[in-house]
Design a protein around this ligand. Structure first.
Ligand code: AHR
Length: 496
């Protein structure tokens, strides 16, 4: 195979910040995401606070997850928050109709979620029920969480052990209201949003950042209608959901393990669709909000494959390979490069569900290749965005082509410049000759994540197949930086 070349120019002429909230996570009452993921049985022999698993918390703290979205997903629109407060044995049970029809015992509710966020040091992002809830129910939840005075609801909060307000800011008004959240038209949803949002009040120290339910993938009419009918002044953000399906076909999405190059190539091609989606939805938002005050919040993204054989189809459990790492790296590069509009995102989902950061099996815990990408990319959180110009070769497979390389550059508060690059080409190495405009640097260090095969995975038996290693393929040549990108690899560089 050949060594191809690319050229990259990094400039210093942007004031935009890459919001740390782009690195957000999602934890739904789905499969083993909450129960058996974050929230475990009292008898499980792992360190816990209450029933929250601390090895998981510590792993997530290391990669600085900035926010956690909860309780769904589709589950959010059948969740009634009052069932999840008060003494646990007295909490009513319900059926999780979306995810396997299992019994939900409501032992993990509002207080438990906010305790988890506190342990993680991250901001809560609550997705509230519009589909089967009421305006009053949502309004009461906000008061229960955020009111700092005395009221029957805050007395109840005190009785449940939390006299102080929780001060939750990120507030989702419905989830996928075009689908599992109520099958609404964008016109109807816009009216519902206005009504629900009117009664979700701002209390002292807790101004809500309300996030309207946005489009499914390329439903540009949804974006247009919501921007027009809700209006930019009434929302902090508009969500977007897009999943990368290896086959592009919901009835047979493809396997998460033992796939060949064809499935890999298609997955990367489908992943790169995110660039077009973000660009086109942003252009519509620009018409109504030219100052870019409304955030595009991509609060569900990631690879969605068939479930692992023998597991409950409603639990959405899949493995995580080098391919997932390349999808994560590429998607995060896309978001970073659109940080003027994309100010928040959430990978679906954090533990044991879809493209997870962490997989657990009873007391065992495994960090996935995707986890390591978030570890490598954490350097961009709240850093100043540095615009890039890239001329890269294409990766060709059976006559179809995609751009082989993608990249982000940023400068942190200490002045350090970081680059993250992905080479999607399964075979060819690529020498990226990089020029910096008005950026001085002397030395480069880095890490690389790669493996022999695109479908290599970490397992409980071999947990370190995919783990970042020291990268020695970057060198200074005059004023230029030459980066020898290995095939199918993610690289993170720090310039001092
Ligand atoms: O993440 C799994 C599901 O995907 C979510 O519950 C829903 O919002 C989306 O369709």
């Amino acid at each position: 195979y050949a060594q191809n070349t690319a050229t990259l120019t990094v400039s210093n002429n942007s004031k935009d910040t890459i919001s740390r909230n782009i690195y957000g996570q999602f934890a739904e009452h789905l499969g083993r995401g909450i129960y058996g993921g974050f929230w475990v049985d009292k008898t499980l022999p792992v360190a816990k606070q209450d029933r929250i698993r601390l090895d998981v918390v510590n792993a997530l703290k290391k990669i600085k997850i900035p926010n956690l979205r909860w309780p769904g997903g589709c589950f959010a629109d059948e969740y009634h928050w009052r069932d999840g407060i008060g003494p646990r044995p007295q909490r009513p049970k319900m059926i999780n109709t979306n995810w396997g029809g299992v019994v939900e015992d409501n032992s993990f509710g509002t207080h438990e979620f906010l305790e988890l966020c506190q342990l993680l040091g991250c901001e809560p992002y609550i997705s509230a029920n519009v589909g089967s809830g009421t305006v009053q129910e949502m309004s009461n939840w906000v008061e229960y969480l955020n009111f700092d005075g005395e009221s029957p609801l805050t007395n109840l909060r005190t009785q449940n052990g939390h006299p102080k307000p929780f001060n939750v800011h990120f507030w989702g008004v419905g989830n996928e209201s075009w689908g599992c959240g109520g099958n609404m038209t964008p016109e109807h949803y816009s009216d519902e949003y206005r009504r629900y949002a009117s009664f979700a009040k701002n209390y002292n120290n807790a101004k809500l950042k309300k996030i309207a339910c946005g489009p499914n993938a390329s439903d540009y009419n949804w974006t247009e209608t919501c921007m027009k009918n809700i209006g930019p002044g009434r929302m902090w953000g508009l969500s977007l959901h897009y999943y990368t399906l290896p086959t592009g076909n919901w009835s047979d999405k493809g396997s998460s393990t033992n796939f060949g190059e064809a499935a890999y190539f298609n997955t990367m091609k489908n992943c790169l669709q995110m660039e077009e989606l973000v660009t086109k939805h942003s252009a519509i938002m620009d018409k109504y909000d030219p100052q870019k005050k409304v955030a595009l919040v991509v609060d569900e993204w990631g690879v969605w494959t068939n479930v692992m054989p023998g597991t409950n189809p409603g639990f959405l459990f899949q493995q995580n390979s080098l391919r997932d790492a390349l999808v994560a790296a590429t998607t995060l590069n896309i978001f970073n490069n659109h940080c003027d509009r994309v100010k928040m995102a959430a990978l679906a989902q954090c533990i044991n569900v879809l493209q997870a950061l962490i997989i657990t099996d009873k007391e065992k815990m495994l960090l996935t290749p995707t986890y390591y990408v978030f570890d490598m990319y954490k350097v961009h959180q709240d850093a100043r965005y540095l615009p890039v110009k890239l001329n890269a070769p294409e990766y060709e497979y059976e006559g179809k082509k995609i751009l082989a390389v993608n990249v982000t550059a940023s400068q942190d508060a200490a002045g350090k410049v970081h680059l993250t690059l992905a080479n999607l080409d399964a075979h060819n190495t690529i020498a990226v000759s990089t020029e910096f405009k008005d950026i001085a640097w002397q030395a480069v260090t880095g890490r690389v994540l790669t493996s022999a095969k695109v479908d290599d995975i970490n397992t409980f038996e071999k947990p370190y197949t995919l783990i970042p290693k020291t990268f020695t393929g970057a060198r200074k040549e005059g004023d230029k930086l030459v980066i020898n990108m290995p095939a199918k690899a993610v690289v993170e560089l720090e310039l001092n």
